[in-house]
Design a protein around this ligand. Structure first.
Ligand code: GRF
Length: 213
């Protein structure tokens, strides 16, 4: 059974989707630990409720980002994970952290990358009058929200939408596509090579996998 570690900072609804998918055997893996950089992250409760070890590391206790990430690496590696999943982990990673987990580090970002890397994606979509929005699962590289995209889900933007509405619409899709991508990875179907994502031996296009109609 492949071993998965999840990093969170907040609500943990994506963590919950992964917990559920593991319990339902949609992901052929085991969640061995959850780490948060915030003591009050609700996702910690979700982990404990599911019987998963939940750890808090507070940045204020460390002299630098590098020192924090060194300790985080040590604690993550004690779980010997095959895959590290960022699920709403709102902290910039040091290059050493990214290099250490290269090819086995996933993130979900709430926009149709390469559009809107960084924060406040939902707000930007509304301000720009976009008709379409979505979310992207990607491998993590040193470029912020810039690693190879694996899978995207699109949602429409309707007249009268506000941030709450489109956030919920996007997250509904996230809870479907993140567990799916994780299942591909633990089944050995997904890899990062030559700064691209590969599924079943085929190089995915820049927008990630697209089902053939
Ligand atoms: C998600 O929308 C994800 O795209 C972004 O942060 C949010 C986390 O939500 N990276 P949750 O903590 O999983 O509910």
């Amino acid at each position: 059974m492949k071993r998965i570690v999840v990093l969170i900072s907040g609500n943990g609804s994506n963590l919950q989707a992964v917990i559920d998918a593991c319990q339902q055997k949609k992901i052929n893996g085991t969640l061995c630990a959850v780490f948060s950089n915030k003591a009050d992250a609700f996702g910690l409760e979700r982990a404990r409720e599911a019987g998963i070890r939940a750890h808090v590391l507070l940045p204020a206790d460390y002299a630098s980002r590098e020192a924090f990430d060194r300790q985080l690496i040590a604690e993550i590696d004690a779980c010997a994970p095959d895959l590290v999943v960022l699920a709403g982990y709102m902290r910039i990673l040091s290059p050493a952290f990214v290099a250490h987990y290269a090819g086995r580090l996933l993130n979900i970002h709430p926009s149709l990358l390469p559009k809107y890397p960084g924060l406040y994606t939902h707000r930007q979509v509304l301000e720009n009058g976009d008709e379409e929005h979505g979310t992207s699962v990607h491998f993590v590289t040193d470029e912020l929200d810039g690693g190879p995209v694996i899978l995207q889900a699109k949602v429409p933007v309707f007249d009268g939408d506000d941030e709450t509405l489109i956030t919920a619409r996007v997250q509904h899709q996230e809870h479907a596509i993140y567990p799916l991508v994780i299942s591909w990875f633990v089944d050995g179907r997904l890899a990062m090579r030559d700064n691209a994502a590969w599924l079943d031996g085929a190089r995915l296009p820049p927008e990630g996998y697209a089902a053939e109609d």
